[in-house]
Design a protein around this ligand. Structure first.
Ligand SMILES: NC(=O)c1ccc[n+]([C@@H]2O[C@H](COP(=O)([O-])OP(=O)(O)OC[C@H]3O[C@@H](n4cnc5c(N)ncnc54)[C@H](OP(=O)(O)O)[C@@H]3O)[C@@H](O)[C@H]2O)c1
Length: 866
């Protein structure tokens, strides 16, 4: 369920080349329509400890420890093997204590930045990092007594979990390869005998995401049981851990129990439809997030198969009182989400269920205590809890706000502990936790979502071991039609691709401006859907490409923005340095900077140092407009003529309606006269966009046939520079463009002078030394034009769109839930409509920079351009 918009440029060669014509791995991630094949469960398998690395392989290891005995032993062991060990401990503030010893405040992001800066300046950046602070007793637990799990969670979030985030953020600016090992105790139930501390699973979840995003980092997480001090087992374990830290094992989730090494695998389990329904008509079910997509689907399902059950659907948003529902449902403007909820609740009630809709925050213990008391008073004991409350806040590690607060972890982890605590005296028979495959795969952008789901996974095992409640955690993949994945797409679409109608907004080139009096910077968020400038000018079958004339009008608009009269302007020394392309579904920011002191203009996207276009702007007030003797030009251009219905006959570009303005070209010797007529529906745009890009493009580029050797089917010119563009007034709807070929002496360059005039011959726009560069039809234009493999995802599809397309329908999801509850195959069950192993392989290959073939939707951190 990756919702972060990993829209980036793709520099990989095409799928059919990279993959010998085989479909990409992404294309093989296809929905399995037989629900019985969707399931797998974790299975721990014995594995040999890695062999001792060569003595010569010593390097620098940074150990982040928190005073545990094992940390000292490990430090001594690694140092004894010739490793240079850097010792980092938690304290109140950053300190360099000398001799490779540092103190950091784990919850202060700046301390981690200072630490990495200090290591960089001392040339001691580690080759290996070991994080070993979540070991032994619960954080803050004294020798005697049980720490309140909620407090333990908060303490772990504020120290260990925060330290992982801030460390990863500090490392995200490096490129130095680092192998990172996380060592914890109490996270995995390997043999069912460990005392579990699910809050530590947060670290395991988060740890999985780091290598997904930081291409230079490799990560493994090890859960251990602590041997008795000074025992043989302790010596063995320290030796094994030192080997893991210095080794190259591929396993990323490992456990040590009694010195023996275990690795986690997932075993497929075929599950037939449930024979007996797991839901009881006399059951009382509390569903947190019960009015959300999955919660409501499960509630409706229970109402269908167990009519008479009590359904308590908890969410923060209060529902309108019942007496208002008929009127609300009859209102045409009702919010569709509310209508869906009200209608669903009415159906449940009609099937004989009692439905309660308390509004409360699941993390608020007082509120949940009141809700539970109310339910118990009116309906007796709560027999089942489905924890389906959750939120998404996806962002890359490097872009996350450096704060220890995580609302995502709060709702899932703290919310669960609150419910658990409130029900402690009367525990439910059944507890179902809605987790995600993200905790297993570690999806980029989901640092805290993955952590929160890993918490649920560990909690289910811990709860089962307590023995009062049957706890089952389900690692779902995306649900179609309902829920947060669907909502995330809606938000992404709203955020990225707001379609603007062809009204006055279609002449607005800029979304925002900053101006310090000397320099102005105008910014546009550009997408194909939003900007006709891109949508109507696409390389045939491929990317939208900002037309050169689009840049010219952007420069003119920026240069004249100070002038309320939008007066004449002269652009000089205009260089087209790099193209600006936009993929379907992509949004790119384009900026134009105008320095009034130097009159310089720069158009850039990512960075000003890599501009797309540069130019100088000069006022041209009072400059005389030239006269073109149209009759004389016509009489010279009588060699031949072509007439058009708006569009030229070229095979390279897909033009939109604003480009449909070409009427006629008359050819002479080294000169031509182009006639353009703006379609009437776009005429109004000419006043605001003096150099209307659609019109100007046709007016200056449609006479390339005057270049000797030109072939319509094979020759393609792109703009290279303009010596001078002088705009006296807006282009007229009917324009005549007198094009003169000045020079073709340089190989592959053609230079033109152009005057565009109105019907009377009055010069409106003068262009001198318009230089075009010939590009070969082929790689540069057609790189993205290869026909997609028949099973490849649609071009421009984001990972979440793919995930949703291959996701499960609500009726399949509840069917899967029934099957796995009826089967009783363990506390953790993966239920995913696509193959888990293939998915992991795909994400692994992307993280290691090996494109498995044509996946252009996600990849290594190096690919995350924006
Ligand atoms: N949908 C998927 O594709 C998918 C896939 C894998 C796993 N999951 C997991 O399945 C669970 C349900 O997902 P969903 O798709 O049904 O999400 P959803 O449609 O967004 O529903 C989640 C519900 O949780 C409620 N909620 C959020 N914060 C809360 C809080 N602090 N206290 C009480 N209620 C709260 C929200 O209601 P209010 O805003 O009114 O509080 C919302 O109705 C989530 O935990 C999610 O991580 C979903």
């Amino acid at each position: 369920l990756p919702t972060y918009p990993f829209e980036h440029h793709r520099y990989w060669v095409d799928a059919d080349v990279a993959n010998n014509g085989k479909p990409s791995l992404r294309a093989t991630l296809r929905k399995r329509h037989d629900v019985s094949t969707w399931f797998s469960t974790p299975s721990w398998q014995r594995s040999a400890a890695p062999s001792a690395p060569d003595a010569g392989a010593a390097g620098t290891t940074m150990i982040i420890g928190d005073g545990a005995r094992l940390v000292d032993l490990l430090t001594a062991r690694l140092a004894g093997q010739g490793e240079h060990v850097i010792d980092v401990r938690f304290g109140s503030h950053f300190q360099s204590a000398g001799a490779g010893r540092y103190v950091v405040n784990p919850g202060r992001a700046d301390d981690w930045v200072e630490l990495i800066a200090a290591l960089t300046s001392n040339a001691t950046l580690p080759d290996r990092i070991v994080h070993v602070t979540a070991l032994g007793r619960r954080r803050g637990q004294r020798r005697v007594g049980r720490r309140d799990p909620i407090e333990a969670l908060q303490a772990t979030v504020a120290t260990d979990h925060a330290s992982v985030l801030f460390l990863a953020q500090a490392l995200s600016g490096l490129s130095h390869p680092i192998r990172m090992t996380l060592i914890t105790s109490g996270v995995h139930s390997v043999r069912g005998d460990a005392q579990l501390m699910p809050e530590r699973a947060l670290l395991h979840g988060a740890w999985r995401v780091i290598p997904r995003e930081l291409g230079h980092v490799d990560g493994m997480a090890i859960d251990i049981d602590l041997p008795a001090p000074s025992s043989v087992g302790e010596v063995v374990l320290v030796d094994r851990l030192a080997r893991e830290i210095r080794g190259q094992a591929d396993d990323d989730v490992v456990a040590y129990r009694d010195g023996q090494r275990w690795v986690r695998r997932f075993e497929a389990v075929a599950l037939a439809p449930a024979g007996v329904s797991p839901w009881r008509s006399d059951g009382v079910y509390l569903i947190t997030g019960g009015l959300g997509g999955i919660g409501l689907s499960i509630a409706e399902h229970i109402a269908t198969v167990a009519p008479g059950a009590t359904l308590v659907l908890l969410g923060r948003t209060p529902m309108p009182p019942a007496h208002q529902w008929p009127a609300l449902l009859a209102t045409p403007t009702i919010d569709p989400a509310l209508a869906r909820r009200l209608a669903a609740v009415q159906r449940m009630q009609r099937s004989g269920c009692s439905v309660m809709l308390p509004a409360a925050d699941v993390t608020d213990i007082a509120a949940i205590t009141a809700v539970v008391a109310d339910v118990q008073r009116s309906h007796g004991r709560i027999t089942g809890v489905i924890h389906s409350a959750g939120i998404l806040r996806d962002a890359l590690i490097a872009l996350r706000t450096p704060t220890i607060v995580s609302p995502v972890v709060d709702v899932k982890a703290r919310g669960l502990l609150v419910v658990d605590q409130v029900l402690a005296k009367h525990p439910p028979e059944l507890l179902v936790l809605c987790s995600s495959v993200s905790s297993i795969i570690g999806l980029p952008g989901q640092f805290d979502y993955t952590a929160a789901n890993a918490f649920l996974d560990s909690f289910a095992a811990a709860k089962n071991e307590e023995g009062h409640t049957r706890a089952v955690v389900v690692n779902w993949n995306a649900w179609q039609e309902v829920g947060m994945a669907v909502d995330a797409i809606k938000v992404a679409v709203a955020r990225t691709d707001t379609v603007e109608p062809t009204t006055e907004s279609s002449v607005h080139l800029f979304d925002s401006v900053t101006d310090d009096g000397t320099t102005s910077v105008r910014t546009s968020r550009m997408s194909r859907r939003r900007n006709w400038l891109l949508a109507e000018h696409a390389v045939h079958g491929g990317d939208a490409l900002m037309p050169g004339t689009g840049f010219v009008e952007i420069l003119r608009s920026a240069a004249t923005a100070d002038d309320p009269g939008n007066g004449p302007v002269e652009l000089r020394d205009l260089f087209f340095l790099s193209p600006f392309t936009v993929l379907p579904g992509e949004v790119r920011t384009l900026q134009v900077k105008h320095d009034r002191t130097t009159s310089s203009l720069v158009v850039f996207s990512e960075t000003e140092t890599m501009p797309h276009v540069t130019a100088t702007a000069l006022p041209a007030e009072g400059t005389a407009q030239p006269r073109v003797d149209l009759d004389a030009v016509r009489s010279r251009c009588h060699d031949r003529f072509e007439e058009f219905d708006g569009y030229s006959n070229q095979p390279f570009m897909d033009f939109g309606p604003r480009w449909g303005n070409l009427r006629r070209v008359d050819y002479g010797a080294g000169e031509a006269l182009i006639t353009t007529v703006m379609p009437v529906e776009f005429e109004s745009e000419l006043q605001a966009l003096w150099l209307h890009p659609g019109l100007l493009d046709m007016a200056i580029g449609s006479a390339q046939a005057i270049v000797p050797g030109f072939s319509e089917a094979e020759t393609f010119y792109v703009p290279f520079s303009d010596g001078r563009v002088l705009a006296h007034a807006p282009l007229p709807a009917t324009a005549y463009s007198h094009v003169r070929l000045r020079d073709t002496s340089a190989a592959d360059l053609a230079v033109f002078d152009i005057t565009i005039c109105d019907e009377t011959g009055l010069g409106i726009v003068e262009i001198e030394s318009f230089t075009m560069r010939r590009v070969p039809p082929g790689p540069s234009l057609t790189a993205r034009r290869a026909e997609p493999h028949h099973s490849d995802p649609p071009a421009g599809e984001s990972p979440i769109e793919t995930a949703l397309r291959e996701g499960m329908l609500p009726h399949e999801g509840v069917d899967a839930l029934d099957r796995l509850l009826a089967a009783d195959i363990g506390p953790q069950v993966v239920a995913t409509s696509v193959d888990l192993e293939q998915w992991i392989a795909k994400v692994d290959s992307e993280a290691s920079g090996i494109d498995s073939g044509g996946d252009d939707a996600s990849g290594t951190s190096a690919q995350y351009e924006r």
